[in-house]
Design a protein around this ligand. Structure first.
Ligand SMILES: [Zn+2]
Ligand SMILES: [Zn+2]
Length: 96
């Protein structure tokens, strides 16, 4: 079974369920400030979702000095996570 690795700042914590990973990233790691608009968002998936839902790729590339490959890698992560994760469950668990 695929294991999901945190990877935030080299954290090697791994989880069997992606939902557990997302809760871990949002609850255990410091929130980060979006470099485009200054919003404070949980690191990991939620930061990626914020960046690509709220901002254009061009804004993201400018603010983060990102390459096209980095943008594609993050878009891929978002796609894979949204494919398999029960986002609703994660949001509910974080609300508790
Ligand atoms: Zn972690
Ligand atoms: Zn933003």
């Amino acid at each position: 079974m695929a294991r999901w690795e945190c990877a935030i700042e080299g954290d090697d914590a791994a989880f069997d369920r992606v939902e557990d990973l997302m809760v871990h990233q949002a609850a255990e790691h410091d929130r980060i400030e979006c470099k485009v608009c200054g919003a404070v968002v949980p690191d990991g998936y939620f930061a990626i979702r914020h960046a690509f839902d709220e901002h254009s790729r061009a804004e993201y590339v400018r603010a983060y000095d990102a390459t096209a490959a980095e943008v594609r890698r993050r878009e891929k992560v978002k796609e894979v996570v949204e494919d398999v994760a029960d986002i609703r469950e994660v949001v509910d668990r974080l609300d508790e």
